[in-house]
Design a protein around this ligand. Sequence first.
Ligand code: SF4
Length: 302
Amino acid sequence: MRLLLIFVVGLILPTAVVVATSGAVISAPSGDTCSITGTGTNYTAVINIPTNGTYPDRVAAAVERLTGVLAGTQLVINVSLDAVGERNDVIRGLKGDYEKATETLSRLRAMKKPNLTVGLHSVISRHNVREFPAIADALASLGPDQYIVEPAEERVELQTIGTGITPKAAELDTALAHVEGRLRSRGSDGLPALTRAIRLVYYRLARDTVRRREQVIPCYAAIASVHIAANGDVWGCCTRARPLGNLRKNGYDFRAIWRSAEAKEERRSIKAKECACPLANAAYTSILMDPRSLLSVAREAL
Ligand code: SF4
């Protein structure tokens, strides 16, 4: 399991958001749910977990348990689907994936737990970008509490560097414009206005980033957020995946890694805009740190 810790929220409120950013952590037969409950402190407002949903029984059992243990923390489970039916199975490389993932979605929705949000998440890549408006409509009609999307980007972590998986800017524009249109037109979908506004600003930022191939707003990865990999490596972000240090090897002294020469160099490089990507986790926190983006959020929310 890989964790994303978001600090920017802690600057405003005595809370934290923990995102388990690698898929299927709650599909494990055992173990990982124990570490997830361990993260649920009094200061953890939200725990966000993606799952490919291919083990409906395991996921349902784990979520049943977590919603009880983590009372007081909002648990967000996002099931990943990138298309409909067999097309999804081809893109995600697993026969039967769509059927199992939609079963997982149905079972989670049926739980109706007050501290559970059940979402659907799609990655827009060159494999599905052209038909994405129809895909978005079909998946959203499955009735998740939220439907979120993110452009595919080449990541060191996912070994997708050089694969050309990121969609072309013009095609991504069309796909995201459709998602934005859905968001704007569905004022009664139960989403808080602030959530809808931040998403709209993110989608615009993602489109601009892919088109311009540069940081459109300053990225605050390694300042406002950080990733912790399963092996203990601490990364500024999972796109670059450059180890700033390793928690297991240094006796779990996070502060030492956070203040290390490697961390300083990472922040210098990011500040110098030596990289750019539409990674949603980092972008959302960067939006919260950027005054102009916050103004855009306020305009969208009003
Ligand atoms: S822009 Fe931010 S999230 Fe993207 S690669 Fe650079 S540091 Fe990572």
